[in-house]
Design a protein around this ligand. Structure first.
Ligand code: AVI
Length: 324
């Protein structure tokens, strides 16, 4: 798939992405609070490390969401209704949609959206074998851009956007609003959204999830520096940076940073960057919501919150909302 932009017309897609990565890294290391977009945490190694994070005892999110799905699958399927079309932005290996599709009553179609064709095509084959009647049409591209949404087939059936995994938490409040408005723009009155979000809770539980005792999140965070070294000719010494994750209770988010352990100079793509001892690169925000906060976000963006499912500890919620 070619991702066109004004500076990269005619370039192979990989080269366009590399140039965008370079621009974002150079810009991010040039601001007073150095910061890098969290989407760059997910190269091949980063994606594997994230999968390992999902299996950690300390990282309660994945298993809590899975337990809610397991318990409420049939109820969710009836809320989604008969012959619905399921659209999943950032579907990855589609493993969360598969049991939902199997529980749904004659789902009409499944449209998974993702930037990685290999993973989507593999998932398509797997789900197609299990549900041979289902129309599955993978759509390749970045769901935060306009272009990919224009390629969704028009549908007279009820459409439901499926957005699990608390991915919404990695967007700022402003970006989350923009994203849900984009989702709403794709839907018609009566269509739905099934959204998974991590909830505000005790800071000890939150900080353990992002500073796990197995040091996998540390490796995930530091891998960004290794990626910059290999793709952008950088010379970060990963040993000279420490992983830091803390809960910012006023902003209701876990922030992930890389802390420079010494005063140092680093070169990236031929440019030099100075680090004071203790200076950080902000690499990710993971926003946590309250149930009223989630309802407000849904209302503000054109949805009417209808029903939610949560675990006994109210650590995590899955919301169903309809377009007004
Ligand atoms: C993908 N996302 C929902 C994860 C989160 O919890 O914010 C990413 C992550 N970062 C560190 N650990 C997991």
């Amino acid at each position: 798939m070619a991702i066109g932009n004004a500076n990269g017309a005619g370039l192979p897609p990989g080269e366009n992405l590399r140039r965008q990565f370079e621009r974002d890294v150079l810009a991010g290391l040039s601001t007073p609070q150095k910061a890098l977009p969290c989407k760059y945490l997910y190269d091949e190694t980063g994606s594997k490390l994230f999968e390992a994070i999902c299996d950690l005892d300390d990282y309660y999110l994945t298993r809590t969401e899975a337990a809610i799905f397991n318990r409420a699958l049939n109820e969710m399927a009836s809320v989604l209704g008969r012959q619905a079309v399921l659209i999943e932005p950032g579907a990855g290996n589609c493993e969360k949609a598969e049991p939902l599709l199997a529980a749904m009553k004659n789902p009409r179609a499944y449209y998974p959206l993702d930037i990685s064709p290999e993973i989507l095509l593999e998932a398509q084959q797997r789900i197609q074998q299990r549900l041979p009647q289902l129309e599955i049409a993978p759509i390749f591209g970045d769901f935060t851009g306009d272009e990919v949404w224009g390629r969704l087939p028009p549908s007279a059936a009820r459409q439901v956007i499926f957005f699990p995994g608390s991915t919404i938490g990695n967007f700022s409040h402003e970006q989350a609003r923009e994203l849900l408005i984009r989702f709403a723009g794709q839907l018609n009155p009566g269509d739905g959204l099934l959204l998974g979000a991590d909830l505000v809770k005790d800071s000890v539980v939150l900080e353990r999830a992002y500073h796990d005792s197995n040091h996998v999140t540390e490796a995930f965070n530091k891998n960004l520096l290794s990626r910059i070294n290999s793709e952008l000719n950088g010379d970060f010494n990963t040993e000279a940076f420490a992983h830091r994750a803390f809960y910012h209770s006023f902003r209701q988010r876990v922030e992930m940073h890389l802390v420079s352990l010494v005063e140092q100079q680093v070169s990236v793509a031929g440019r030099q960057f100075q680090f004071a001892e203790g200076e950080t690169i902000h690499t990710e925000n993971s926003h946590k919501y309250t149930l009223p906060g989630l309802q407000e976000l849904l209302r503000e963006t054109g949805f009417s919150p209808e029903k939610y499912w949560t675990d006994n500890n109210q650590h995590y919620a899955i919301y169903f909302a309809q377009i007004r």
